[in-house]
Design a binder for this molecule. Sequence first.
Ligand code: DCP
Ligand code: CA
Ligand code: CA
Length: 361
Amino acid sequence: MLLDLDSFYAQCEENVNPSLKGKPVVVCVYSGRTHDSGAVSTANYAARKYGVKAGIPIVRAKKILESLDAAFVPMNHPLYEQVSERIMETLRTQADAFEQTSIDEAFLDVSERADHSFVSAKDAALEIKKQLATQENVTASIGIGPNKLVAKIASDQSKPDGLTIVKTEQATEFLAPLSANRIPGVGKKAEEKLAQLNVFTISDLSNLSPATLVDAFGKSLGAYLYRAARGEDDEPVRERGPPTQFSRIATLKQNTRDAEDTYQLLAELAKSVSDKLKEQEMSCKSVAIIAILNDLSIHSRSRTLEPPTSEVNKIEIAAKQLTQEFLQATPEATLRRLGIKASGLSKEAGQTNMSKFLGAQ
Ligand code: DCP
Ligand code: CA
Ligand code: CA
């Protein structure tokens, strides 16, 4: 089964601020440039009714919802991470194998505990929905299928609070009328190519020969699409390994090529990356800056830290130096956005455990 939480950030906001309930709620990523500049991160279903959705400018959302009592709230990522971590922890215990694929989404292999029965799997899904409602006051949409591909597509079929079950023998019939872009991995580019081949639905796709698909998409994507059109997929549900990097990125108040103008932002980003490392009890061997220029080109410079660290000061100093050096070496560069990436992650050595141990005495 694939479980995807409904309008996730918006539900988190509604739960910490019950006065939002019933209103259109829009979670905003303010760029900080002018009062209202920025984009919509997500909106609850009351706002979506009017066409407000992720990615549109905040200004446009405000115009659309002008005459309604709508709430615009700034994105609060630490809150969503906390809620997500609690939910994922509970979900993990409900599956034979568990794979979190994003902040609000996870695959649960329930084959064994449901005795390979779709009826039992449905009961398990209803139980999970009930648990999410009582423990976290959130709804989710769940898809159940014979494999990850079908479960994922099924989870998108009915939202919010949906439950769609596609048994093995129903898979091809279920997929046939759906638009080909419902297949994970089919983005804008693939969709255009498919349209040139007169392919719009998954049924159309299933009529293409392997040779045509490999010709158009290359061996790997071509073979994947051939199987996907038939509802075939044998990727196992597997726990993802520990993270290998953390990064934070933000827009400068104004474009600049004066290093000092970036120091406040870099300090905030360093704090955020360091907090994340400490929360995960990890340290990083390498710090990089990501510089996005006014022409939107992306550049990065990195440095090794010896010994590995999670200290905010060390990360901040490295990022400031990298920014200075980058600006000196690139006279034509004007910064628009800046990010810090910590990579080469490892679990903190025994030290923290020792200090925890001592602290507990
Ligand atoms: N998100 C974002 N910007 C996007 C897409 C998503 O910031 N362009 C964030 C906000 C979402 C969260 O990620 O709440 C999860 O993304 P989903 O695509 O699952 O969208 P929602 O959970 O908001 O809505 P849905 O009910 O359609 O799943
Ligand atoms: Ca979601
Ligand atoms: Ca999602």
